[in-house]
Ligand binder design. Sequence first.
Ligand SMILES: C[C@@]1(CC(=O)O)c2cc3[nH]c(cc4nc(cc5[nH]c(cc(n2)[C@H]1CCC(=O)O)[C@@](C)(CC(=O)O)[C@@H]5CCC(=O)O)C(CC(=O)O)=C4CCC(=O)O)c(CCC(=O)O)c3CC(=O)O
Ligand SMILES: NC(=O)C1=CN([C@@H]2O[C@H](COP(=O)(O)OP(=O)(O)OC[C@H]3O[C@@H](n4cnc5c(N)ncnc54)[C@H](O)[C@@H]3O)[C@@H](O)[C@H]2O)C=CC1
Length: 208
Amino acid sequence: MNSNYPIMLRLEGKKVVVVGGGKVAERKVAGLLGTGSLITVISPNATDELIKLASSGKIEWHEKSFSKEDVEDAFLIFAATNDNELNQSIKMAASDQQLVTIADDLEGSDFHVPAHIQRGRLSITVSTGGASPILAGKMREHLEQQFDEGFDEYLEFLFSARQRVLKEVKDASRKRKILSAIAGQEYLNSQDREADFLRLLQNTRNDV
Ligand SMILES: C[C@@]1(CC(=O)O)c2cc3[nH]c(cc4nc(cc5[nH]c(cc(n2)[C@H]1CCC(=O)O)[C@@](C)(CC(=O)O)[C@@H]5CCC(=O)O)C(CC(=O)O)=C4CCC(=O)O)c(CCC(=O)O)c3CC(=O)O
Ligand SMILES: NC(=O)C1=CN([C@@H]2O[C@H](COP(=O)(O)OP(=O)(O)OC[C@H]3O[C@@H](n4cnc5c(N)ncnc54)[C@H](O)[C@@H]3O)[C@@H](O)[C@H]2O)C=CC1
């Protein structure tokens, strides 16, 4: 059974608290960098990488043991200490409106973190619902090969071409035809997408 609901969160300006400073906390922080969230790590000690991030101002590190006030105002909370009971009390310190993940308790968590690749605007995530994080990681590696860096540019093209079509093409079936064509293999492999696109716009003009 899998009743999880997948969404893409926008975390710009939101406060995220990670409790724990070990390798799991480090991996969760790595996934949060670049989201524009305000990341605070709460832990009496931290990995070298986390210390480096704190020194360069990319995250805040409060060098202390957890206390309830630490999660006040946090939008997302990661309970990632190696203390099972403490992880549960972090969840209890949060309100029902805050989203909490407990590193060692999938069932008790509000969300869990999928394996993830990012190619510009394209995100691909893999979740095994706790069955095998290693399989999720292996599938991520496989997808990294399949969806190379070129997708970054292709997605930028798709984004701006689609904006133009939405603005300029009023006929629904012509719109659909163009949007479907640019999402095809031919455009992915094209040497000059812009020129192909302009030609397509021109050619479909006579369709209506
Ligand atoms: C439920 C979830 C909650 C959450 O953390 O969100 C969770 C839970 C647990 N993970 C454990 C172990 C490991 N996790 C990893 C790796 C990853 N774990 C990630 C996500 C998740 N892990 C969520 C489910 C996602 C899903 O199922 O798809 C990934 C995908 C994303 C990320 O962390 O960013 C990232 C791979 C990223 C990548 O490669 O791309 C490795 C491998 C390694 O370290 O190399 C191991 C060791 C091998 C093993 O034990 O299987 C344990 C046992 C702890 C213990 O032994 O006590 C628990 C606790 C439990 O199962 O209860
Ligand atoms: N969800 C996941 O992807 C995975 C989860 N785990 C689980 O995650 C937990 C953490 O694993 P690791 O990072 O490898 O452990 P670790 O031992 O490397 O780090 C634990 C961290 O928790 C901190 N901590 C302990 N007591 C604290 C307190 N009172 N207040 C604040 N911080 C405190 C420690 O200072 C340390 O920085 C374990 O419970 C493990 O079972 C392990 C592997 C993967």
